[in-house]
Design a protein around this ligand. Structure first.
Ligand code: SF4
Length: 343
């Protein structure tokens, strides 16, 4: 099942904060995350119409029910929201529906209902495939339930998107890499990586205060997420997002107390990934430590160079290699280096 459309794609995200969720994961403060204190069903059509006006024609659009546990909300409300979105699909105004939910809220009955609607993708909040981490995070489900739900979603013909977290209680870089591997092997066609943010008022904030939990630094969030991103890329699994999005009111230090709350986290992680690839390309090459010219895939020059030339500066500091000139090659998919010659 295709989950990354070839056309430019936009989701019209409708956040349904915490509704229907029987749990309280230690990190979860859905009110902060969605930026909306409650949910008003009557305003959803207006929200969709407003979003549609901003989307260029030719864009592949999905109505995305995000934020809570969609398949666990009041059944009548769930059906009304599906019917509403299906109306937009029938009218040719959007292409499909996607939704996010928990693994333990997926079963054959629910999947049977979803199949009656133009649902394309089911995003599963797996968070970890390590039972210790799931228990310490009070997720209320096991890794085995996560695996079963992944198989059920793909078996029912939906595109599977796996959502996982970095830096949860008891989590290690190794368990995060294993989780990413499992998500790929279970047939996900895309994933989202969410490094943990500590929100005010959550159990995790209490754990942090008592010293039971140490939040991620930005640097840790970047390299641990980059490890996961490398695994996704190796399996051809698209990464749809790294970190919570700007609309998720994260910059307020009153709400987000600690953890991976950098506004450009995704860019930093991609920068780290490209730096590693640059460094691997140079290896122990004779050009290491020399003045060089870099020939980079033209479509991705900014990613290779990094934010404010960060990757080139880092290359100089860590290996003494000085990039004197950068050129783009439209036919190249990998970078190459040649000795610098002053012209
Ligand atoms: S399952 Fe989702 S909505 Fe429910 S408490 Fe956990 S993170 Fe929050």
């Amino acid at each position: 099942m295709r989950c990354v459309p070839v056309r430019p794609h936009r989701n019209i995200a409708v956040f349904i904060p915490h509704m229907g969720c029987p749990h309280r994961c230690v990190f979860c403060d859905q009110h902060s995350i969605s930026g909306s204190g409650g949910f008003d069903e009557s305003r959803v059509p207006e929200q969709i119409e407003t979003a549609l006006q901003t989307i260029p024609t030719g864009t592949d659009v999905e109505i995305a029910y995000f934020g809570g546990s969609f398949t666990g909300i009041d059944r009548g409300l769930m059906l009304r929201l599906l019917e509403l979105a299906a109306g937009y699909v029938r009218a040719g105004r959007v292409s499909g529906i996607r939704l996010s939910t928990r693994p333990d809220l997926i079963d054959s009955e629910v999947l049977g209902i979803l199949r009656q609607y133009p649902v394309r993708a089911v995003e599963l909040g797996l968070q970890s495939m390590d039972d210790r981490v799931l228990e310490a995070s009070r997720r209320g489900h096991t890794a085995a339930q996560g695996e079963d739900a992944c198989r059920a979603v793909t078996g029912a013909g939906f595109a599977l998107v796996g959502q996982m977290m970095i830096g949860l209680p008891c989590s290690t870089p190794e368990s995060e890499r294993r989780t990413a591997e499992r998500i790929c092997r279970l047939g996900a066609c895309a994933a989202r990586i969410y490094p943990t943010v500590v929100f005010r008022g959550t159990p995790l904030a209490g754990m942090m205060r008592s010293g039971v939990y140490r939040p991620l630094t930005t640097g840790e969030a970047v390299w641990r997420s980059a490890d996961v991103l490398e695994i996704l890329k190796a399996h051809g699994v698209a990464c749809l997002r790294i970190g919570l999005c700007a609309s998720e009111s994260l910059t307020s230090p009153e709400e987000a107390l600690a953890g991976a709350n950098h506004p450009a986290l995704g860019e930093l992680v991609w920068g780290e990934l490209y730096y590693r690839r640059l460094r691997a390309m140079l290896g122990e090459d004779e050009l290491l430590g020399q003045k060089i010219e870099l020939i980079l895939p033209a479509r991705e020059i900014s990613k290779w160079v990094g934010q404010r030339r960060r990757n080139l500066d880092r290359l100089r500091l860590e290996s003494g290699t000085e990039v004197r000139r950068v050129a783009g090659d439209w036919n190249a998919s990998e970078p190459r280096a040649i000795p610098w010659k002053a012209y």
